[in-house]
Design a binder for this molecule. Structure first.
Ligand code: ATP
Length: 325
């Protein structure tokens, strides 16, 4: 029997929001409609899908959003999707609304949700959107560039005051259990120390020794970038201050890193990947995730993608040590 032609597609954003999600929505809506598809938006991720929060899109609906952070479709985490009953009901709702394919913009958790929908007969495409850069199947995830620039700018500001007061500053950046954001932010801000969950061995005494040594060399400030996955920045600051006698403050950058207008890189990547999602569906390819690998845009089977892992770049790990004073 011939494959049913795709007439209506929908897009949802899920998991933590990432700057550039709006640009993905815009691209999917504009490319879809231009190619004769009906495009719907599902609000609040899988939670909204289960509540049937489904809206119709026109090309006008997505005007003036490419430059906006956050997601106009809102996002949510949804415990019900972790259960077979929720996954089946989500697939039935899509069928009832005559939605032939679903584009999921989110992180690896959202992709796992999409995989379960694929297992229930839904045609899905994943577009990688997370500030954490922690998806194995792609070298780049939409939102990372904006978030890491936001974090870097905040660190620059903290360095000014830290130097004036001759302090040690511990700055905790996001990234969940991955250290990419901390590593990039640490290199870009010339941090004296970077703690990554993938590598940190818990040897706080070694850090204390390096801070003391740096002060003896006459350095006025010490910037330590701590990854969310290592955490405990406040208690670490108290212990370092007690051991070194140097005024030490912890700053947890938190959710500010998720906000703000997406950078050019995120807008362009989101536009390309959103368009690719639609082109894949038009070409009869589904249950794929869009990816940027070795400098080229490509796509992978969603199940294959789920088993792909990503290591921290060895060359990047070396750089902070190579450039130490
Ligand atoms: P980020 O890491 O940037 O916050 P994410 O997409 O990884 O993004 P998660 O909270 O892990 O965020 O996942 C988002 C949603 O995807 C979950 O709330 C849940 O509804 C769904 N999901 C996650 N894992 C699974 C799974 N194993 N099976 C089904 N659905 C899942």
């Amino acid at each position: 029997m011939a494959e049913k032609k795709i007439r209506t597609i929908a897009i949802l954003t899920s998991g933590g929001d990432a700057p550039g999600m709006n640009a993905v929505i815009r691209a999917v809506v504009r490319a879809g409609i231009k190619n004769g598809l009906n495009v719907k938006g599902i609000e609040r991720g899988y939670a909204g899908l289960l509540n049937e929060e489904i809206v119709d899109f026109s090309t006008e609906s997505v005007k003036n959003i490419i430059e906006r952070g956050g997601t106009m479709l809102y996002t949510a985490r949804c415990a019900e999707m972790m259960h077979t009953s929720g996954q089946k009901r989500a697939a039935e709702i899509l069928k009832d609304h005559e939605i032939d394919a679903l584009v999921v913009a989110g992180g690896d958790g959202s992709f796992r949700g999409a995989e379960t929908l694929a297992a229930n007969g839904v045609k899905v495409i994943g577009v990688p959107c997370t500030i954490d850069l922690d998806i194995g199947s792609t070298d780049y995830t939409i939102g990372f560039d904006t978030a890491v620039n936001t974090a870097m700018e905040a660190v620059d500001k903290i360095r000014d005051t830290s130097t004036s007061h001759e302090r040690c500053s511990i700055i905790e950046v996001m990234g969940r259990s991955a250290g990419y954001l901390a590593l990039w932010c640490g290199i870009a801000s010339g941090a004296e120390e970077i703690l990554l969950p993938e590598l940190y061995d818990g040897d706080e005494q070694a850090i204390i020794d390096r801070i003391t040594e740096s002060r003896q060399k006459g350095k006025k400030q010490f910037i330590l970038i701590n990854a969310e996955g290592v955490g405990h920045s406040a208690s670490m600051a108290r212990r370092i201050e007690a051991a070194t006698g140097i005024d030490t403050r912890a700053t947890i950058l938190g959710y500010m890193q998720r906000g703000g207008s997406p950078t050019c890189r995120d807008r362009v990547c989101a536009s390309v990947m959103g368009d690719m999602a639609v082109q894949l569906l038009l070409n009869g390819k589904y249950n794929r995730v869009v990816s940027l690998k070795d400098g080229s845009y490509t796509d992978f089977d969603i199940h294959e993608a789920a088993s792909m892992t990503k290591e921290l770049d060895e060359e990047l790990i070396r750089i902070p040590y190579a450039l130490k004073r």
